[in-house]
Design a protein around this ligand. Structure first.
Ligand SMILES: [Zn+2]
Length: 296
């Protein structure tokens, strides 16, 4: 890695505003590497939502502001940067990176589970990425409880409704209103955050916060059931646990997820190998860069 930069995702506006911030971040990173964007072989983008890789468009990026319909992200950035741009799903490209360079490089089949604000996944089957019609890997919306908790997608009982950080935060607020004491929000304020970030969760666990432990246990049970169900269908060799929470909580929690999978696994005599993402936070960016050489 020659240069890097970070910018906050806009919370208002629309796709064009998000594209402008991406362009600025790319220019910052190129500057750090003392390069001009136009001299790059190309730019790879990992984006949430449903991707049409050939058209370079992104649709249904629900966590981004005002993202209705298909937006031509690749063409927009190509015009701005003066080099080729390829777009892939953020979670799929992170899985590709783990498959080619990270914790999954010994396997031919892989499920990458990214545990953060939501829970997404990427798939490698028989050595190739599987994206379905463009929306494969939505493991967060596998049902772990019929008529269960309300999910951010509007449906009920999804794994993400128990294990996504956004849902976990909502559940903590409800428990607090019911009179359960927790230090989670105090820790959040002390560290100048406006959300219960992965770091705040990790600290609350260190403080042995009862509510944090309980909500995290519930999340891990849901992850165990959901990932085991996916594994029953696909029978992959390896499972990679990444994402903000997955990487922050690390190996002990990946092991706990593996333990929670066991009672639900059909082939429980040879469970898939479960690893933490080896490329950590950078997996998405590395995997997106690899899109430029996908046909090489
Ligand atoms: Zn859902």
């Amino acid at each position: 890695m020659l240069g890097s930069a970070r910018r906050a995702t806009p919370t208002t506006g629309g796709p064009a505003d998000v594209a402008l911030e991406m362009e600025a971040a790319l220019r910052d990173a190129a500057k750090a590497a003392e390069m001009e964007p136009a001299t790059l072989a190309g730019v790879g983008v990992g984006s949430p939502g449903t991707i049409d890789a050939d058209a370079g468009t992104v649709s249904s990026a629900r966590n981004l502001p005002g993202w209705e319909g298909a937006f031509p992200l690749a063409a927009t950035l190509e015009r701005a940067l003066g080099c080729e741009v390829r777009v892939g799903n953020d979670v799929q490209v992170a899985t590709d990176a783990e498959f080619k360079l990270g914790a999954g490089r010994l396997y031919r089949s892989l499920l990458g589970v990214f545990w953060g604000t939501g829970v997404g996944s990427g798939l490698i089957l028989d050595g190739r990425a599987w994206t379905g019609l463009g929306a494969a890997g939505e493991i967060g919306h596998m049902v772990v409880k019929m008529n269960g908790a309300r999910c951010t997608c509007g449906r009920r009982g999804c794994m993400e409704a128990y294990a996504g950080r956004a849902s976990m935060e909502r559940h903590v607020r409800k428990l607090q209103e019911e009179g359960h004491e927790t230090q989670l929000f105090k820790l959040m304020e002390e560290h100048g955050r406006t959300r219960l970030t992965s770091g705040i969760w990790a600290r609350a666990i260190e403080h042995k916060d009862k509510v944090a432990i309980e909500v995290l246990d519930r999340a891990i049970r849901a992850l165990g059931a959901g990932i085991a169900s996916a594994s029953n269908l696909l029978d992959v060799e390896g499972v990679i646990i990444g994402g903000g929470l997955g990487v922050r909580l690390g190996h002990p929690y990946a092991q706990r997820i593996a333990d929670e999978m066991l009672p639900h696994l059909f082939a429980d005599w040879r469970p898939p190998h479960v690893h933490v993402a080896a490329l950590g936070d950078l997996g998405g960016a590395i995997g997106a860069a690899l899109l430029l050489r996908a046909e090489a």
